[in-house]
Design a binder for this molecule. Structure first.
Ligand code: PEP
Ligand code: MN
Length: 515
């Protein structure tokens, strides 16, 4: 059991990227409500993901993680959710088809609302009060994500009510994902419904048609060969456990620790069986003895007043999401984020950029995964195409020389961000840099005898009213150029690969793991 840890022990440490709320009472009211609300995911789902990531670490599965840089509350709507889900499903199917490896799918969705920023404030054009249309320069707090403040320059004051709104938007998003998955949306027998018809490149279209045809053939074969599998189902589909639905997990950066703490719940393991018996009460704020490990807990299944006296080893799960990660700006070993992350059961990610030292990386693993639990830690490397050769080998060697087993994942986005040449206010990324960082990482891992277990991408299936994909990254099958970026630039944070570019990554063969 993790020593001297409680869901609130992070409060004693320095908090990088902290958000300052004007009214602590308002914040407390919101957090009290959040502590009362039901979990969004369950410990069983979280444990299942951790087990699947243990397979990824051994090269028995591939990890595909992707979604928006900053998810917006407005993305909690039918089309954006369906587009994102279908894009990730289709990508995973193509990876599976090419590599014959199971794919673990994690989306940056249903909670990816908080953003770290390089500068806490920015100077903007601000409307002059009482003078219609007149603007003045004003320094305002940077946009920190929809769960903190608004993107509109007049709405930058951090508002705690947004944390509550984040919970409800996450829960509505997750509810629709769960509904789609349980209604056959991910049925491998019907991948054509994932609407890749708006892929404009004829060669890409053809390539995907071929993948789908070949997959249909394999499924037909399985249906015949399996004989009984799915028999009894009049529609001939293969039953659950076959291809009807898939596991699909949620993730976000665990940045806003007040929120994460409020959704952290003590779970009392069953003495027999394979699940959890009940949720104990969420831990009280800092200093409360009930939040300590091995304290006496009362499960929700017991009636009020009835207390289990035996000392039970309780475990803490962050039940807002299956997977959360520590950003490159908040991974200080003695900081609040590392303190919070070391106590939860969820599989976690750690962003690893050029400033990470090899010994620091190993100390980090010692802190967050002292028992070296398989599947617990995913190292998300993000150096940039021109820096990966310089930094990745030393990080791999440091981990190899330690006792730790990790999932290595390449975030090919965050080291490759540049300003647009035509409009320096727009951030962009070049498709070729993204491909290059992934293929270099794959090569380096192969040379050093380790495995690149997965990729981490910022992508979107979003289209505008005219059916056009976003234009935020340069290159890819549509050959988007710098001057095209302003055509349909929708991101409020980092540039994302659009639908065609995301699928194009697969066409480039860069995601043929371990071949
Ligand atoms: C992100 O994943 O959106 C992000 C901010 O990444 P990093 O912490 O690696 O900069
Ligand atoms: Mn980002």
């Amino acid at each position: 059991m993790t020593s001297n840890w409680s869901p609130s022990s992070w409060r004693e440490k320095p908090i990088a990227q902290d958000v300052v709320y004007e009214d602590q009472q308002d914040l407390e009211k919101v957090l009290g409500k959040l502590r009362h609300l039901p979990p969004l995911v369950t410990p069983i789902e979280i444990d299942r993901l951790r087990a699947q990531l243990a397979d990824v670490a051994q090269g028995k599965a591939f990890l595909l993680q992707g979604g928006d840089c900053a998810e917006l509350f407005s993305a909690c709507s039918q089309d954006p959710i369906e587009h994102k889900l279908s894009l990730i499903l289709l990508m995973s199917l193509i990876i599976l088809h090419g590599s014959r490896l199971p794919v673990v799918r994690i989306a940056r969705i249903a909670g990816q609302y908080a953003k770290p920023r390089s500068k806490p404030t920015e100077v903007v054009d601000y409307p002059v009060e009482g003078q219609e249309g007149k603007m003045e320069k004003k320094e305002v707090i940077s946009f920190r994500g929809d769960n903190v403040n608004g993107f509109e320059v007049t709405d930058r004051r951090p508002d705690p009510e947004r944390l509550l709104s984040a919970y409800f938007h996450s829960s509505a998003t997750l509810n629709y994902i769960r509904a789609l998955l349980s209604s056959g949306f991910a049925d491998l027998n019907t991948p054509r419904q994932w609407s890749f018809s708006h892929v404009r490149s004829p060669s890409l279209q053809k390539a995907f048609e071929e993948v789908i045809d070949s997959l249909m053939d394999s499924l037909d074969f399985m249906r015949v060969a399996a004989g009984g599998v799915g028999a009894g189902k009049s529609d001939g589909t293969i039953s659950r456990g076959g291809t009807e639905t898939v596991d699909f997990y949620t993730s976000h950066e665990g940045l806003s620790l007040e929120y994460e703490e409020a959704l952290t719940r003590a779970v009392q393991p069953l003495s027999a069986g394979n699940g959890f018996s009940s949720f104990a009460r969420p831990a009280r704020p800092s200093g409360s003895s009930s939040s300590r490990a091995n304290s006496t807990v009362r499960g929700a299944s017991q009636s009020a007043g009835e207390t289990v006296d035996a000392k039970v080893e309780q475990k803490y799960y962050n039940l807002s999401s299956h997977f959360i990660w520590i950003g490159d700006r908040t991974r200080q070993l003695d900081g609040a984020h590392v303190e919070y992350f070391r106590g939860i059961q969820n599989p976690i990610g750690i962003k690893v950029g050029p400033t990470m030292k090899g010994d620091e990386l190993v100390r980090m693993l010692d802190i967050v995964n002292p028992d070296n639990i398989p599947g617990k830690v995913t190292l998300i490397s993000r150096y940039g195409a021109d820096k990966v050769e310089k930094f990745l080998p030393a990080h791999i060697e440091a981990v190899k020389n330690s006792r730790h087993v990790v999932v290595w994942q390449c975030d090919a986005m965050h080291g490759n961000t540049k300003s647009s040449e035509t409009d320096p206010s727009l951030k962009t990324r070049h498709f070729v840099d993204i491909i290059s960082e992934i293929s270099s990482s794959m090569k380096i891992h192969k040379e050093l005898g380790t495995i690149l277990g997965g990729v981490h991408l910022e992508l979107t299936g979003e289209i505008n009213e005219d059916g056009f994909s976003v234009t935020e990254c340069i290159g890819g099958s549509m050959d988007l150029m710098d001057k095209d970026l302003s055509l349909n630039y929708l991101s409020h944070c980092d540039p994302r690969l659009n639908y065609e570019q995301s699928l194009g990554m697969l066409h480039s063969n860069v995601l043929r793991p371990h071949l």
